[in-house]
Design a protein around this ligand. Sequence first.
Ligand code: SF4
Length: 296
Amino acid sequence: MVKKSSESAKNPLAKGTKTSLGSSSLRSKASSKPSSISRSKSSSKQGSQTNSKVSAKAKTEKKQLKSKAKADSNPKTKTIKSEKSIKLVSKATAHEMMARLRKLYPDADCELNFESAFQLLTAVIMSAQTTDVQVNKVTGKLFSKFPTAKDLAEGDIEKIKEIIKPTGYYNAKAQSIQTCAQQLVTRFGGVVPQTLEELTTLPGVGRKTANVVLGVVFGERGWTVDTHVQRITKRLGLTKNDDPYKIELDLQKLFPDDDWSLLSITIIWHGRRMCFARKPDCTVCPLNEICPSSEV
Ligand code: SF4
């Protein structure tokens, strides 16, 4: 259930690396060895080997995450009607399209569960290359164990990994959310900053993630250009750009700034429910006679 956050006064919606191997099992094995010095060296060497393996895994996962995100966000990789021929629509048609989508999804809202700005920020970082449903399956346990930035910053990384494993790329994601929490604590007193400039200085936080948090928790205006918004705005003829920032600028010119956050979420809902990447459900789409990419 979503509750108001104490960090979000403006929100109208509001809503070391210590491994587990280090304790009893190693100590009991070590107690049978003759020298405490050699035990300590052996343990430390083992620890550093484990850490370097873990860090290598996290690095590999980070690379995989980046290349998958790049491929997914490239509309040319999608099997859809040729986008080269799609002409830009007029402002009036663009507004009509959004009015129909708003009517179709009057309850469109952020689908991630959270109880504070920190929790939403963490959930959005974990949502890379997975669904909100999948993230919601792990956040209950994660946030009951580590409810604040300080708790997560000081948490056992192995425990964090174990909890978030179902979201995929869990080595890289665990490292990202913990490093982000650590920087929130050391640089911002554990409180999520409320500006795009500050938010995007945090590890794992890009423009898209920052705009979600600013729009959903703090009620700030901003376009969240994720893979759905990127794909659908192009199909609808609202932009010809591939670059998320350029798309954001095109959309800013088309719609009033008060609507930016809500329209982002509405388009994301359409992408999840009807205008799918590979087989958009054009036959039942209320935009099918005004959408330049309609396949009916
Ligand atoms: S008509 Fe088809 S391509 Fe156009 S918005 Fe609807 S589902 Fe997407």
